[in-house]
Design a protein around this ligand. Structure first.
Ligand code: GDP
Ligand code: IMO
Ligand code: MG
Length: 424
């Protein structure tokens, strides 16, 4: 049985959490493959709104096993808080939540390094979530990191000490003032390590291989979005992992030949949180309206998300890099009420019209070229049937499918599980 992938095609926050939750009933295993607590995946059902950061979004379904893969970076302190927030749901986490021994640990000093790095960049800062993601992946590729499996070793504390000492030395080299009380941070860290230890650690690549052999259905859950990918995103304004399809192979130990469907999630418009180029960004009333109606505030940091029209140049790029086989369009309801919708279909780049994403997409290099479409006034949030969607929205969907050459198999019309319309 193949492994299906679900990933974000824009700058994150496309609605991945909601769709993983909606689809989990079709799967035996949900496995997160990269990122860490920089992610905030929101789920809504039965009047409950829940935000997950590290724990996969299939956790509310009794039938599914949830795996935190080797490509993920775990902050035990945030993980402990996530577990505590799940207590009231009475989920058997010992059975249903499995952690890869090869996942790397975010130490308190990784967070301090993140803060030092961002502060030292001044105006050029990335707009990081300050969860220690960059420094932790740097230690991973620099071959200095600590992994979940190391917790089981007798000399874990010694390894921790060595790395932390090194980090403190590094922090002192940044020319910035970072206030911290390491003793307090460490006490919290080691308390959280005990909670982590209460869960099952596994050799996840072996577990997943056996599951594939046993015909289990597996969905790999991505974090962030393709335009935040370390290789293919808007570097340096990106995260530090491969958020694209290849990241699922390295982040779970799944071979490319074992990948089946690639489900690409996108918003009917575009948002971005943090710094970096965003060609279709709106600075006017229209952008404000999208943000207000779409409640565009970060699920992890609470920061206001920047909003703009749908960018098909960027979306086409993401579809290609990931080999998307099905598209899922989120937040269509947020576009209700605009007389005219704009879709960017090409860029004006050095005086010429181009349809691919060039190396530089800063404002001074590209100007979006828009196609205008008629909008719709109806509220979509109670519509259950595809045939009841307004004709203007069906035209919008039709246009996107033609431009992107991939079918849109799901349209989301609200944050709740039930506000989901499947298309053939
Ligand atoms: P993720 O990081 O990709 O899981 O997305 P986030 O949870 O960060 O952000 C998506 C936000 O949009 C959340 O607040 C969701 O509850 C909400 N949401 C998801 N789908 C829809 C939708 O179709 N319509 C509306 N209005 N909100 C949605
Ligand atoms: P989910 O999974 C949106 C952004 C940050 C910043 C950049 C680098 O919820 O879609 P980092 O903390 O990784 O060093 O930040 O990436 N970013 C996200 N934006 N959604 C996310 O995750 C994000 N994770 C990181 O805002 O611009
Ligand atoms: Mg999010």
């Amino acid at each position: 049985m193949a492994v299906n992938l679900l990933l974000g095609l824009q700058w994150g926050d496309e609605g991945k959490g909601k769709i993983v939750d909606v689809l989990t009933q079709e799967y035996d295993i949900i496995a997160r493959f990269q990122g860490g607590p920089n992610a905030g995946h929101t789920l809504e059902f039965n009047g409950i709104k829940h935000v997950l950061h590290t724990i996969p979004s299939g956790i509310f379904h009794e039938s599914a096993i949830n795996i935190v893969g080797n490509g993920v970076v775990i902050d035990p302190i945030i993980f402990k808080k996530e577990i505590e927030a799940l207590k009231k749901f009475d989920i058997d986490l010992k059975k249903r939540l499995l952690i890869s021994r090869k996942a790397h640990l975010i130490l308190p000093t990784h967070r301090l390094l993140d803060a030092a790095s961002e502060t030292s960049k001044g105006k050029a800062k990335i707009g990081s979530t300050l969860k220690g993601i960059g420094p932790t992946y740097m230690d991973k590729t620099g071959r200095n990191g600590l992994r979940v499996g190391d917790i089981e070793l007798d000399d874990f504390k010694e390894r921790y000490r060595n790395l932390t000492d090194k980090h403190e030395e590094m922090i002192s080299h940044y020319n910035v003032e970072i206030q911290y009380n390491l003793a307090e941070l460490e006490a919290e860290f080691f308390e959280a390590i005990e909670v982590l230890k209460s869960l099952q650690f596994i050799d996840s690549e072996e577990y997943i291989h056996q599951a594939i052999r046993n015909n289990k259905k597996i969905l790999a859950e991505g974090a962030q979005g393709s335009l935040l990918d370390i290789d293919f995103g808007t570097y340096p304004f990106v995260t530090s992992s491969n958020t694209t399809a290849a990241g699922a192979c390295t982040g779970l130990g799944v071979a490319p030949t074992q990948i089946g469907d690639v489900l690409g999630i996108f918003k009917a418009y575009t948002t971005r949180v943090g710094s970096g180029p965003f060609p279709t960004e709106l600075f006017d009333e229209t952008g404000e309206t999208m943000g207000r109606v779409g409640k565009e505030f970060g699920a992890t940091t609470g920061r206001k998300r920047r909003c703009g029209w749908l960018d098909l140049v960027a979306l086409r790029y993401a579809v290609q890099i990931n080999g998307v086989t099905q598209l899922m369009m989120m937040k269509a309801d947020v576009l209700s009420g605009f007389d005219t919708l704009k879709v960017c279909t090409a860029y004006l780049y050095k005086g010429r019209e181009i349809k691919h994403l060039p190396y530089n997409i800063e404002e001074q290099n590209v100007t979006p070229i828009y196609t205008e479409m008629k909008g719709w006034a109806q509220d979509l949030t109670t519509i259950k049937d595809h045939n009841k969607l307004p004709q203007e929205l069906l035209n919008y969907i039709d246009f996107l499918e033609k431009e992107l050459e991939v079918p849109i198999t799901l349209v989301s019309v609200g944050p709740d599980r039930t506000q989901t319309i499947h298309r053939k």
